[in-house]
Design a protein. Structure first.
Length: 277
């Protein structure tokens, strides 16, 4: 039985993403992203699911750092449409609100809507669904939460305003990690992390090994190396399986001059997983 660890309370978007990935999985709620990695590493869960990027809020950089810290491979991905709602205790009106709680990503994705609320303090919390739980537990009749409709159902709150995200096509991409390299389905996507020498044209040379072999790079993200100021790690998503000859040759070529190179996982692209289901 697959047991998936996720960050947040019941009703969190990570819970929905886990069930979208495997509807029959058992779920393990975790307090933080790091706890998700620990749960998989310590065999409390077979897999973990983590948000990595959102079409409004951008990249969740902490999870890139944790992917590097823990040697747990990416074995799949999920894309989940995100619909945010303004929740409150039954009987509370918008005019009564003095605070709105949510996870920083939830707040960032509803920035335009939140500007329409007068004299309301915006408070970042650990979780979207956790914000709904705080209102329920404290019976806070002057506080709202940005969270999912499921969170409203779980914690008995009313939806004051539905679909308050800044853009209708709001989507979060989640990565699924495991303890072994075996992907779910046939792999056709690979995520790597590498460094380049501090030489003129080094990054161009690194990218060229993929362009020369017609390998599409769908994402490139840089992260600072804390112990080496103004030097960077580069995370890249490739539209090819690690075992494909062209990808293998490209990575072998890159390893010839890259000071470090690591494959974080080779897995099936979500759109192809959906089509196959």
């Amino acid at each position: 039985m697959m047991r998936i660890a996720y960050q947040g309370e019941l009703g969190a978007y990570s819970e929905a993403a886990a069930l979208r990935f495997e509807p029959t999985a058992e779920l393990q709620s975790c307090e933080s992203f790091e706890t998700v990695f620990s749960a998989v590493a310590d065999q409390i869960a077979t897999h973990g699911i983590l948000p990595i990027e959102n079409t409004i809020g951008g990249t969740i950089h902490r999870n890139y750092d944790l992917l590097l810290q823990y040697e747990l491979p990416i074995i799949g991905e999920v894309k989940l449409p995100i619909v945010h709602n303004l929740l409150a205790l039954a009987g509370t009106s918008r005019g009564q609100l003095r605070r709105v709680y949510s996870h920083p990503q939830g707040l960032a994705q509803c920035e335009q809507f939140l500007r329409t609320l007068d004299n309301v303090e915006i408070v970042a919390t650990y979780d979207t669904a956790g914000s709904a739980k705080m209102i329920r537990d404290g019976q806070l009749n002057d506080t709202g939460a940005i969270a999912s409709a499921r969170a409203a159902e779980v914690f008995g709150l009313s939806i004051l305003d539905a679909s308050v995200q800044d853009f209708a096509a709001n989507t979060t991409r989640f990565l699924v990690i495991g303890r072994d390299q075996k992907p779910t389905g046939t792999a056709n996507k690979t995520t790597i992390v590498f460094t380049v020498p501090n030489d003129a044209g080094a990054l161009f040379k690194a990218l060229s090994v993929f362009a020369l072999r017609d390998i599409d790079m769908t994402k490139l993200e840089s992260r600072p190396i804390p112990e080496r100021p103004f030097e960077y790690l580069f995370y890249a998503d490739l539209s090819a399986a690690r075992e494909e000859l062209s990808c293998d040759r490209a990575l072998t070529h890159l390893a010839e001059f890259a000071p470090s190179l690591r494959t974080l996982g080779s897995y099936r692209r979500w759109e192809d997983t959906e089509e196959a289901s």
